[in-house]
Design a protein around this ligand. Structure first.
Ligand SMILES: Cc1cc2nc3c(=O)[nH]c(=O)nc-3n(C[C@H](O)[C@H](O)[C@H](O)COP(=O)(O)OP(=O)(O)OC[C@H]3O[C@@H](n4cnc5c(N)ncnc54)[C@H](O)[C@@H]3O)c2cc1C
Length: 473
């Protein structure tokens, strides 16, 4: 087992880790280590090729802050890389160690400390579904969450995710004070806690666990709403988009999900195919129950078919339409046809024309899945939406994928490249200079998920010429 720069955890360190974390929480068997070293990187054929050999040398599961401090201190003294892991639902290989060492499984550090005054305080391993359920019991709900909410951890969402269900109203995680506070543990011989408040907390947001180990965080919540789920079908792409955009932009309709799926994408959703007609484009909505009748009437007046409605149920139960939206859409598509991969795009106001151009240039290679999210207010208008998209692409070659991304740029479609494991190549609007500065402060020896912040100057493990190179290197 030797990918370039691979760091083996020594028997002495394993003994010391077992003494502080418990022997049962130190995993060294190759199959267990392999499983706990991987995430959903295989969504990308590019990442799959580059990362399948990469794994940890050992895994440590921690479930208390005291144990975490001891583990970090031992790893720092030994100069061993540490890669944090939540539930490993990230899909850019974020929690795959590039240089062996330790994977730090934080899923056991999962307390929900408090829910009060519209703020949840939680440990990083708490599942988003646990937080949502606990919040709803107190009259609150998450402002936004990923479609992996049943399994994903809140620490992993902050470190590797961006937004999801709820983003039509609240924007992404980085918007509007959605993150109130982050507490980080430093990676030093004597680890310290650093508290980042409000806007400063964004320095540790979407950093792939490179600039501090999140040990507690605070998210702002929204008042709980009963949500009705609706499937609206049409053979007319334009009629469906006219209706969907109007609902998305209507400030009087509270909503949590506005997803559009181009035919044939709905044909991939085997468990729910009975709820809609074949060969139709679909819109999936979650709207406030008191508005559902009005939305239904508007759809029917526009000549669309409301093919299924699911009343609110507490707690939520299957079928949940959100299981087929955001990056779950991609999962169902890959299950049905393993040639499929994806992009993450931001379209302009002229999105229909941009989609038409992409179809024309790459016939039969792209299928469009749109996520309407709240946009930045422009010209004083607060009800603007942005058209996010996770288009499906029938993968042909890396060259072709590059060509598609280049053409997207040419016609004004933004791409957050999901075919790289480097945070600074992914195209998100991070403030890398400040994120690098935080890393120097928190992780002076460069031990934390080394390599993932590619432009960070301290990487003691790099072997010249051997860092995985992705599409645009
Ligand atoms: C089917 C599918 C659907 C998805 N849908 C969405 C979606 O709707 N929206 C979205 O934003 N994302 C989505 N994702 C991506 C992913 O599920 C989310 O980002 C998720 O919240 C990650 O949580 P996790 O616990 O699995 O994190 P992990 O994958 O375990 O970790 C993600 C990153 O965070 C780091 N990390 C984990 N815990 C900590 C910690 N305590 N301190 C510091 N760093 C840490 C890891 O090192 C890694 O770099 C989807 C992925 C899949 C496979």
């Amino acid at each position: 087992m030797s990918s370039p720069g691979f760091v083996t955890v020594s028997p002495d360190l394993l003994d010391a880790l077992s003494a502080v974390a418990g022997t049962e929480n130190v995993i060294t068997d190759p199959a267990g280590v392999e499983t706990l070293s991987k995430d959903y990187y295989w969504y990308s054929p590019v990442l799959r090729r580059r990362l399948e050999e990469r794994r940890a040398s050992a895994v440590v599961k921690v479930s208390s802050l005291d144990v975490l401090r001891d583990v970090v201190s031992l790893a720092v003294k030994a100069g061993v890389p540490i890669t944090p892991r939540g539930a490993a639902t990230g899909n850019y290989g974020q929690c795959i160690p590039l240089y062996g060492g330790l994977v730090l499984d934080l899923s056991g550090l999962d307390a929900i400390v408090s829910i009060a005054d519209g703020v949840v305080t939680a440990e990083p391993g708490a599942r988003l579904s646990s937080i949502e359920n606990a919040a709803r019991a107190k009259g609150w709900e998450l402002r936004c969450y990923p479609s992996t909410w049943i399994k994903a951890s809140v620490g992993g969402f902050i470190s590797g995710g961006s937004g999801g269900i709820g983003s039509i109203t609240w924007g992404g995680l980085r918007d509007d004070g959605n993150i109130k506070q982050i507490k980080l543990l430093t990676v030093e011989e004597s680890p310290r806690i650093i508290v980042l408040e409000e806007a400063e907390s964004l320095l540790a947001f979407h950093a792939y666990g490179t600039n501090g180990i999140i040990v507690e965080l605070q998210l702002r919540l929204a008042p709980a709403v009963p949500w009705e789920q609706m499937i609206i079908a049409s053979t007319s792409w334009d009629a469906l988009l006219d209706f969907t955009q109007a609902v998305a932009e209507d400030p009087l309709i509270p909503k949590r999900l506005v997803t559009v799926l181009e035919d044939p994408i709905p044909s991939y959703f085997k468990p729910i195919k009975k709820f809609y007609p074949a060969e139709h484009h679909l819109t999936f909505l979650e709207v406030a129950t008191p508005k559902a009748a009005e939305v239904k009437a508007r759809a029917e007046a526009a000549g669309l078919t409301v093919s299924h409605q699911i009343p609110h149920h507490e707690p939520r139960r299957a079928p949940m339409l959100s299981d087929y939206t955001w990056n779950h859409t991609t999962l169902w598509a890959i299950k049905a046809d393993e040639r499929i991969t994806y992009l993450q795009s931001g379209f302009g106001d002229n999105y229909r024309e941009q989609i038409r151009l992409l179809h024309q240039r790459f016939p039969g290679e792209m299928m469009f899945h749109l996520e309407f999210v709240r946009g930045a207010p422009r010209n004083g208008a607060m009800n603007r939406v942005s058209i996010g998209s996770i288009p499906l692409v029938v993968f042909q070659s890396e060259e072709r994928l590059k060509e598609i991304i280049h053409y997207c740029t040419e016609i004004g479609v933004f791409t957050a490249n999901p075919h790289t494991c480097y945070v600074d190549e992914a195209g998100r609007a991070n403030d890398f200079e400040q994120q690098r500065a935080l890393k120097l402060k928190v992780d002076p020896k460069g031990l934390l998920n080394p390599g993932k912040m590619k432009t960070h100057p301290v990487n003691p493990f790099v072997v010249p010429g051997s860092m995985p190179q992705f599409l645009f290197a």
